[in-house]
Design a protein around this ligand. Sequence first.
Ligand code: IDC
Length: 442
Amino acid sequence: MISKKQKFKTVVFVLIFALAIVGGVFGISYYKGILTFPWELTVNQVEDTKKVEQPEVIEEKVEPVKEEVKEEPKPEVKPEEPEEEIEESEEVEPESTVANTGVQLDYYGALHVEDGNLVDADGEIAQLTGVSSHGLSWYPEYVSAETIKSLRENLGINVIRLAVYTSDYNGYCVGGDEVQSVIKENIDNAVKAATDEDMYVIIDWHILNDNNPNEYKTEAIQFFGEMVRKYKKNENVIYEICNEPNGDTTWDDIKKYAKEVIPVIRNVNQDALILVGTPEWSSDISAAVDDPLEYDNIMYTYHFYAGSHKASARISLVSALEDGLPVFISEYGLTAANGDGEIDKKEASKWQEIIDDYQLSSCIWNLSNKDEGSALINSDCDKKADFEYEDYSEQGQYFFDLLKKHDAKDKSKEDSAKEKDKEDTDEEETEKESNTRETKKK
Ligand code: IDC
């Protein structure tokens, strides 16, 4: 049996042993530096420990927040920048705005002459309004596809006349083979461009200093034969066989010439529209009224220059129109007849009244930037297309404004027609209503 004394000794021994082990472990740890007793720390060390611990936590939490705050505004700014750029480029464009009349004159398809008027297949009046080129040998750059497209899009005209001078410098009949082939190439490009743009194109045999069309009749026959074979399928090509007979040339001379040239064209294209010049620079049309040519689809040309031709000239034109003569104003200018100087607006508006009243077709002289009053483009403008309003000469601006007004007139016509239609429909409806009421009563 174990006595109480022995038990007590054993417990004390175990406790002392346990304490020795714990003390040993602390001692070794202390010795190795793993353990630091609190009373060994200085005040600074205690604070440092706190600092070291705190920043680790605070920095980790605060920094990402700061970064987020910095980064967020960036994406907000970036999308705004391109928007500003787009706005800027949109603002730049209008500065170089091409002048546009807002007009697109009609293309009527095949044309013919009926009761003194130029009409379409349904017999409705066809009015062609456009420009004449200058001499193709001198200003061919204005009959390029680019220019013709721009004239159609921005001026809205539906016809261009190609002036093929016969006897002037580098004219078709005096310039040799090389000149002829260059002129024909220019005509071909212009006809193709006009066709692409739904425009009419007049091939004008531009006699002038040769006075009498019979002078180069053989060449004319050869030329028109070649042209009509090339363009027999083009219903938009119009043949003007002699620009301005003048000097001693009589209507009989012109008729003689016409009777030889017209059949050359008609043998290939029976329906072609043909324009014939008249004596006195195409201003004396009374003889044609008395003694017209016996062909269909012929129109007689009348030319005027507002600065030179006035009331008496207008009287003779109106008289021929009233007599039912089919007249085409294939060339006119607003300057004096020499093609230079200022434009005569007062006379111009009187001439324009006749053009409007009789719905005449017309081409204004001339599409070039030559330093002369009748050139439509300013002489200091080198552009060949997309003209701005300031690029046009005084006469060019007058013509531009005229086309623009034309559009306004058409719109007001449309509006009044619409109003009339509405009135008619209202009346019809009222009538219908009262009829229905009447029937119900019965
Ligand atoms: C003029 C041109 C001019 C050119 C001259 C050549 O404007 O630049 O030097 O021809 O002779 C016409 C003629 C037309 C004339 C125009 C102006 O059809 O060829 O152009 N005009 O004089 N008839 C009446 C006036």
